[in-house]
Design a protein around this ligand. Structure first.
Ligand code: ASP
Length: 308
């Protein structure tokens, strides 16, 4: 069985405030990403290539909080995080707080494949990007009006001590992107990319570039990519926790994902979701929020994209 699952973030996705046109745009980009990843697998390609192909498309779409369209930090700058893990070798690569890398997921993969390290951050990561010949762009490339308005609103809310409402935030906070896949050889891979959280400061880094929290893959169990309130995903080490449960207690990945997302994570106050593919190729899409932009496709004929 070959399978791929993707997400474009989870959270308060207000059905009433989402126009039909908007919804269509999200679905189109999710389908494009899903099908691009699946096409790699169908041709006999590796799960690592499939997850990168899918995430790249979501990074290039201005709709999602990753690459183009990423949220702004407190200083009005886009700082991007990404990570990738190879379930066959347990190798992993990640970048945090990069400001000029067009596709952070590609840089994360280069960290995994062309450096002795797992996680590079900030200027050092960009120096590495330059050496590797990764596409660099001026900071203005990441600008979108919608994300700028979200920053203004968040800062206004902070000043007046008003909690930013779901309507203000639109479909904002958690629209990180990610993908998990199983290829023909039974190899699993997971990838996640994000702009983090609107109005973040002090060099804040979330779960997305943290191996074990936002991303994990192990051929013996499953591959996981997460989205949601990063601080809680880090504390619950969500992605690794799901794989560990499968390995240690023999539950299915579906049960492990359900219990972690609705139990462990929710119990400490964490909101969000995960996409999971297990060693046999079974897909699980689990979230404890109102919605999660998501998609799943496998060689058993499943092909779906959903939001709520
Ligand atoms: N998990 C991401 C973070 O905390 C946010 C998201 O999922 O959109 O940085």
């Amino acid at each position: 069985m070959i399978s791929i699952a993707i997400h474009g973030g989870a959270g308060v996705i207000n059905r009433a405030s989402m126009s039909t046109e908007n919804e269509r745009a999200y679905r189109i980009d999710l389908e494009r990403a899903l099908d691009a990843g699946y096409a790699v697998l169908e041709k006999g390609g590796a799960s690592l290539d499939a997850v990168v192909a899918a995430v790249r498309i979501l990074e290039d779409s201005p709709l999602f909080n990753a690459g183009k369209g990423a949220v702004f930090n407190h200083a009005g700058i886009n700082e991007l995080d990404a990570s990738i893990m190879d379930g066959a070798t347990q190798k992993a690569g990640a970048v945090a707080g990069v400001r000029h890398v067009k596709n952070p997921i590609e840089l994360a993969r280069m960290v995994m494949e062309h450096s002795p390290h797992v996680l590079l951050s900030g200027e050092g990561a960009e120096e590495f990007a330059l050496e590797q010949g990764v596409t660099l762009v001026p900071g203005s490339y990441f600008y979108t009006e919608r994300r700028w308005k979200q920053l203004e609103d968040a800062q206004q809310a902070e000043k007046t001590q008003r909690v930013a409402s779901a309507a203000d935030e639109d479909i904002g906070f958690f629209s990180t992107v990610g993908a998990v896949a199983r290829d023909r050889n039974g190899n699993l891979a997971a990838a996640t990319s994000t702009g983090g959280m609107t109005n973040k400061r002090w060099g804040r880094i979330g779960d997305s570039p943290i191996i074990g929290a936002g991303t994990y893959a192990d051929n013996a169990t499953c591959a996981v990519s997460a989205t949601g309130s990063g601080e809680y995903f880090m504390r619950a080490v969500v992605a690794h926790e799901i794989c560990a449960r499968v390995r240690l207690s023999g539950v299915t990945a579906a049960k492990a994902a359900h219990d972690v997302v609705h139990g462990t994570l929710k119990d400490i106050g964490g909101d969000g979701g995960v996409v999971v593919v297990d060693k046999g190729g079974a897909i699980t899409l689990e979230f404890n929020t109102e919605g999660m932009f998501r998609g799943a496709r496998d060689s058993g004929g499943r092909r779906e994209v959903a939001i709520y």
